[in-house]
Design a protein around this ligand. Structure first.
Ligand code: ATP
Length: 236
């Protein structure tokens, strides 16, 4: 059984169909990239998995449980965390308060402290700035905070929406290194990216989304060398 299995998923905004029957799977321990141009449906797909949007048809099974029938607020406690596009940190709260909110589904204080230490190890900058208001962090630091906050729920799978968006090359490098680390520690990753080159360089497998349909899938290494991908997505 796959950790996450999406089958024939269809999602609409009113009468407009954004997702036109896509199927894909994520195995435990994998890093899977979902790549595609603006408007392809990447964000819509993640938001439907995490219950922010409703599926019109199809199924989403997470560790054997049908997610389309479960309210979004219950999904975090099932072991799935979402790092939304545009970060969405709580600007008026401190870095530490934001991180603690990420652990809201957990009770064991000692374990939460452990996770906080873990997050600070990956993101030393967050520890340095733990009392700073999140709204005053730089874009890259806010991305780190959004990722750190997601990890505070101790997820088995983390869904990341465009972590590299709007970041300088150095931050992009850092963020992707951290995604590799998160994966090396055993967390499964589903990554949505417009930066196809970076995403394919760290992913095991990838799916290419075009106007709501999966048009290509395969090993990330093979896709990096695929002529049509090079032309359309890698700027080569
Ligand atoms: P981007 O990389 O630009 O974020 P994306 O691949 O994540 O793109 P989506 O945001 O999922 O794409 O959008 C898929 C399609 O659904 C687009 O055509 C978009 O215009 C449409 N769409 C997204 N949100 C809404 C909405 N709230 N109402 C109506 N249409 C929407």
């Amino acid at each position: 059984m796959s950790m996450l299995e999406v089958k024939n998923l269809e999602v609409y905004y009113g009468v407009i169909q954004a997702i036109k029957g896509i199927s894909f799977h994520v195995e435990e321990g994998e890093v899977i990239a979902l790549i595609g141009a603006n408007g392809a449906g990447k964000t819509t797909t993640l938001q439907t998995i995490t219950g922010m949007l409703n599926a019109k048809a199809g199924s989403i099974q997470f560790e054997g449980t049908e997610l389309t029938k479960i309210p979004g607020h219950k999904i975090v406690s099932m072991g799935m965390a979402h790092v939304p596009e545009g970060r969405r940190v709580f600007a008026q709260l401190s870095v530490l308060e934001n991180l603690k909110l990420g652990a809201y589904t957990r009770k064991d204080k000692t374990e939460i402290e452990e996770s906080l230490k873990r997050v600070y190890k990956s993101f030393p900058r967050l520890e340095e700035r733990k009392n700073q208001l999140a709204g005053t962090l730089s874009g890259g630091e806010q991305q780190m905070l959004a990722m750190g906050r997601a990890l505070m729920s101790k997820p088995r799978i983390v869904l990341m929406d465009e972590p590299s968006m709007g970041l300088s090359p150095i931050f992009v490098e850092e963020i992707f290194n951290i995604i590799k680390e998160i994966s090396a520690e055993g967390t499964t990753v589903l990554l949505v990216e417009q930066n196809a080159k970076k995403a394919l360089s760290i992913a095991d497998r990838a799916y290419v989304l075009e106007t709501g349909k999966i048009v290509l899938e395969g090993d990330a290494k093979d896709l990096l060398n695929d002529e049509s991908i090079k032309k359309a997505y890698l700027g080569e």
